[in-house]
Design a binder for this molecule. Structure first.
Ligand code: SAH
Length: 363
């Protein structure tokens, strides 16, 4: 049993069952025992692998996308290049290397990281020494803002609601019947008290059939609206990449990964990566409330191909050994093939209203 499990069990005993979003926030972000606070979860030794960790091509192409978008908006200087949830800092390091050839951009940009994990911040500092760190959005400096967020939104807490006869009722986390002080057991349970107002649900969800489950991430909507508000005021853009669905869909997408295996999200809070699929329609709605234009979401494979991943891989292979060339081919396939990350992962771009359509989103 983990220290965090004991802490959560005590909270539930003292204050009652907690919304799933609260459980998820504690499991991932508890300042001392939260999953991200205590470890580097990435790579073969960790729990999951992300696109920038698969290949340098990913960060390079994202860097060039930022450059093109910045130039198309008149090269504002200074500009803030902010990454949310930068992991090991690999994406940013690859992006900055690719940007070196763009006149004026390195001089104009300030790198800012929004990150809550001390372990990952330390790794980021090794890869990108000259960044500035923030543990929340609102301390980012004001100015033209270019945001990158890869696999950030899937880690933000969600609430879940189930449509019962009496209305939409929230799923809470409570202690199971066989739970003891020494071995707490958590399980989800629906509070049979219906929502008084359906405003919180996606419009597409409100008339779903009985027993449908709807997910709502207030944190994702808030981050998106805040980012959009800054871009509206100061110019800039955002590139949001994650696994998820284009349209708000019914269904439970809560999952937990430990050592690359799916595990029960309620079993070892703080020890497994808990995520949900991102509802991109909800992000688009929040972006519009924030006052910007949304492009996409399009599939990651389509996006990377449009930015020239194949040409980049050919260039890299020309200088590579046979073994390296094979790895580059495998990486290109993993990032773009429909049955790998090419289709499940989506890319959404936000720009000021009336700004040029960003690269990759023209169709
Ligand atoms: N973008 C990286 C890492 C993805 S993992 C990559 O693609 O490899 C999720 C990242 O988001 C981690 O860096 C984690 O510490 C960070 N994170 C999770 N919740 C956060 C929050 N509420 N605020 C800031 N960072 C958060």
């Amino acid at each position: 049993m983990t220290a965090l499990a004991q802490h959560i069990a005590r909270l539930i005993t003292e204050t009652g069952p907690m919304p799933l979003s609260h459980f998820m926030a504690l499991a991932l972000g508890h300042p001392k025992h939260g999953y991200y606070m205590t470890r580097d979860p990435l790579g073969a030794q960790g729990d999951f692998t992300t696109s920038p960790e698969i290949s340098q091509m990913f960060g390079e192409l994202v860097g060039l996308w930022i450059a093109e978008t910045w130039i198309a908006q008149g090269s504002p200087s200074p500009m803030i290049l902010a990454e949310f949830g930068p992991g090991r800092g690999t994406l940013m390091a690859d992006a900055l290397r690719a940007l070196r050839s763009v006149p004026g951009l390195l001089e104009a940009l300030e790198v800012h990281f929004v990150e809550t994990s001390p372990v990952l911040s330390a790794l980021q500092k090794k890869n990108v020494p000259n960044a500035t760190w923030h543990d929340r959005f609102d301390t980012l400096p004001q100015g033209p803002l270019y945001v990158i967020a890869n696999e950030f939104f899937d880690a933000l807490p969600v609430r879940q609601f189930v449509r019962l006869k009496q209305g939409w009722c929230e799923r809470f986390v409570m202690l199971g019947e066989d739970s003891t002080e020494d071995a707490p057991k958590f399980e989800p349970a629906i509070m049979p008290v219906p929502l008084a107002s359906l405003d919180i649900l996606a419009p597409a969800h409100r008339n779903a059939p009985l027993n449908s489950l709807a997910e709502v991430s207030m944190a994702s909507a808030a981050f998106t609206e805040d980012i959009a508000g800054r871009i509206k005021t100061h110019g800039g853009a955002a590139l949001i990449i994650d696994y998820g669905h284009v349209k708000s869909a019914i269904g439970d997408t809560l999952q937990a990964l430990r050592a690359h295996q799916f595990v029960d999200p309620f079993e070892t809070p703080g020890e497994a990566d808990i995520t949900t699929h991102v509802d991109f329609e909800a992000l688009v709605r929040a972006a519009k409330i924030g006052g910007v234009e949304a492009h996409g979401p399009i599939e990651q494979g389509t996006f990377l191909k449009a930015l020239g991943i194949h040409e980049r891989s050919e260039t890299l292979k020309a200088k590579a050994t046979l073994d390296q060339a094979r790895d580059i081919d495998v990486a290109e396939r993993r990032l773009t093939a429909r049955e790998e990350m090419g289709s499940l992962f989506k890319v959404l771009a936000l720009t000021p209203i009336g700004a040029p359509i960003p690269a990759g989103f023209e169709l």
